[in-house]
Design a protein around this ligand. Structure first.
Ligand code: MN
Length: 682
């Protein structure tokens, strides 16, 4: 079992003598799923996979990962593509290489546990549409969440790959929870469930080379199924880790074609092919074929995605993982979320609060969806908690986690947090200990009634059942009931290239002068800047919070006209955005002279509007899931009125006062900015 842990050079003249290796390292290509999910926000379109599909089929990959994870969500939501159709289409080009998908256990390809009937139907349909290998994981490594999907995978005659999510609480392997014994125990559990292979899923690029060596060697010695390593490059460790894994006898690793590789994605395949050339673990791959694939990708495909590449830093690695043991992708999500909420200055508090929240929530691994659950709750705590009260705004998902709906956490959840989260929880205040899906009512028939004829077949119905709001929207595009918006349309290569040329011109200053952006003065730590427009006058107002109360530090009238181009003619400047009412009111409340009097009527108008009722405002940008109340309904203080989805987490917004719903300003599915008045209680 361990005879190949030593890598030996078997041939020195590679060209003349490249015999088949004794234990070739098998490789799964993940470019078409995790590659673009990691680098391009999962925006890869099927039409951009086809040009290289037949060549990829010739490489000799153990499998290609083509589906699962975020693809299902992103495709129907942002690309106006039917996710089921992708498998069928690609299957026409990949004639011999098996397809692999990432399956989030009972979460399927979504963010919560689904009922057994839906889980079973999903696996059966995925298999029928062409999926061969089901890489299955559970965010909590609670394999009771595999109990429904595994028999469905097996009954379909497909390969069940069981995952162990790699997690840590210390800078390296060890500690009380995620130590060597833990990983071996999990591997044994998977073997007992009938795993055809076992994957160490290092979704955050945490695993260090020598830890991978130790873990793989120990697992290889303990169980029979082949061992597969999935490690992201994020922290810069993964390429070294791959080599040590090969030495430890790993059977399969994941790589990307080089245009889809590195950064938060995976190491590239080509260097690995060269590193092992002529050894007993030679992949046998033709490097020239790989080069031809890459050339085609670089010329015909990548220009369409370049703009999605995060290029705001020089480094292609993110050492946050090494510092915080936290997935890089999760941290960049947090940064984006804070940015949207104008609270980027709180990032250090978030770093500090995160391990604490994670521990209180049961020291769970950080992987979709738990990384979002912990991340968003941490941001909520940092933004909304007060000195007297923690966990002021608890997301619906944290409540579900506390109830036991995701499964068993690695260590028990903090009882105080749990009690608070479950106060008034509709399923009950006492957490469950059984397999979570046991308490879920079947969903398919209910979904069928809701969506009716808009779902033409079972695949449509499953899509709707998994994603009710965006799924319905997609189906109405698919069947011509609604026109898909421009932003979901595909971009041609010509358009992409023209756009890039335009951007380059703009950056070189040949296109348009940047509107009058002023040099910022020295700012304090907590400074926040607001633009205030009063008729034709424009003010930039710096607001800095001191001891909790907003204090205006600076009110500075700028150019009388709204900022405009310095050069006349040919330049087009968009009109300044309308002033958000709340901001204008806040600014005029400041005891500062210049021009504030002019804004008074508007402040009064805003106050008058408030007097007509109490608004519920969006505390963060997001999408309305639904209103639990209608206009005219009576509500009690603390009752849930609207569910707002932000960063894929649902937040229940409650009535701040008792009264009657006077107005509802949005519909289910609408995107709303921060502070949008969602409804008014009078
Ligand atoms: Mn991954």
């Amino acid at each position: 079992m361990t005879e190949h842990h030593q890598i030996s050079i078997t041939a020195l003249d590679y060209k003349a003598d490249r015999k088949k290796a004794k234990h070739p390292l098998k490789i799964m290509d993940v470019s078409l799923r995790d590659g673009h999910q990691s680098l391009f926000a999962t925006r890869g379109r099927t039409e951009d996979m086809i040009p290289v599909a037949e060549m990829m089929d010739q490489v000799g990959f153990w499998a290609v990962e083509t589906w699962g994870g975020a693809t299902f969500d992103t495709m129907h939501r942002f690309l106006n593509e039917d996710p089921w159709e992708r498998i069928r289409t690609l299957k026409r080009y990949f004639k011999k290489t098996p397809f692999s998908m990432l399956l989030r256990g009972q979460n399927l390809v979504g963010y919560r546990n689904y009922a057994d009937d839906l889980a079973k139907a999903f696996v059966e349909r995925a298999a029928a549409n062409g999926m061969d290998i089901f890489r299955t994981f559970d965010a909590l490594n609670d394999y009771r969440n595999f109990e429904t999907v595994v028999p469905a995978i097996k009954a379909s005659g497909k390969h069940f790959q069981g995952c162990i999510c790699y997690s840590m609480t210390e800078p390296r392997l060890g500690g009380d929870v995620y130590n060597l014994e833990y990983f071996v125990k999990k591997a044994r559990e998977l073997e007992a469930m009938g795993a055809d292979s076992i994957c160490i899923k290092d979704m955050a690029g945490l695993i260090a080379p020598y830890d991978a060596y130790a873990v793989i060697k120990a697992i290889k010695e303990a169980v029979k199924p082949p061992v597969h390593l999935h490690s992201h490059f994020t922290s810069g460790l993964a390429a070294m880790t791959h080599l040590k894994a090969a030495e430890a006898g790993v059977d399969i690793i994941d790589t990307c074609l080089s245009p889809y590789a590195y950064r938060t994605s995976h190491p590239a395949v080509e260097p690995m092919v060269m590193a092992l050339l002529g050894t007993n673990r030679d992949t046998g791959f033709d490097i020239a074929l790989l080069a031809r694939i890459n050339e085609k990708l670089e010329k015909e495909v990548m220009p369409k995605y370049r703009h999605l590449l995060a290029d705001n830093q020089m480094s292609i690695i993110d050492i946050n993982v090494l510092l915080h043991q936290t997935p890089g992708g999760m941290l960049s999500n947090l940064v984006n979320q804070l940015k949207e909420m104008d609270a980027l200055d709180k990032i250090n508090e978030v770093y500090k609060e995160l391990p604490r929240v994670r521990k209180e929530l049961g020291q769970i691994p950080l992987v979709t969806p738990t990384s979002q659950i912990v991340g968003i709750q941490t941001v909520n705590n940092v933004l909304f908690d007060t000195a007297e009260e923690r966990y002021k705004m608890i997301t619906a998902q944290v409540k579900d986690l506390c109830y036991g709906l995701y499964g068993k956490t690695a260590v028990p959840i903090d009882p105080q947090v749990q009690t608070k989260a479950l106060k008034g929880y509709p399923r009950g205040e006492e957490p469950i200990t059984c397999r979570p899906a046991e308490i879920l009512e079947p969903e398919l028939e209910k979904a069928r009634k809701e969506i009716g004829n808009l779902a033409a077949d079972l695949d449509d119905l499953i899509l709707y059942a998994l994603f009710p709001v965006t799924g319905r929207k997609f189906l109405s595009w698919k069947y011509g009931k609604e026109q898909p918006p421009a932003e979901v349309q595909a971009k041609t290569l010509e358009e992409a290239l023209a756009e890039q040329a335009l951007m380059a011109k703009a950056r070189a200053g040949q296109l348009v002068e940047k509107p009058g952006v002023k040099e910022a003065p020295v700012k304090g730590e907590g400074l926040r800047t607001f633009n205030v427009f009063v008729d034709d006058d424009y003010f930039e107002v710096g607001v800095e919070e001191v001891g909790g109360a907003p204090v205006v530090t600076r009110v500075q009238p700028t150019a009388t006209k709204a900022p405009g181009p310095k050069t006349p003619a040919k330049t087009i400047v968009p009109p300044p955005p309308a002033p958000p009412k709340a901001t204008a009111a806040k600014a005029t409340a400041a005891p500062e002279p210049a021009k504030t009097a002019a804004a008074k009527p508007k402040a009064e108008a805003a106050a008058a509007a408030d007097a007509a009722g109490t608004p519920i405002k969006a505390p963060m940008p997001g999408m309305i899931i639904n209103f639990e109340k209608q206009v005219g309904d009576a509500v009690k203080e603390g009752e849930t009125v609207v569910i707002l989805e932000a960063m894929k987490m649902e937040n229940a917004l409650t009535a701040p006062v008792s009264g009657v719903i006077k107005a509802i300003n949005f519909r289910s599915g609408d995107s709303v900015p921060k502070n949008a008045v969602l409804c008014v209680i009078g």
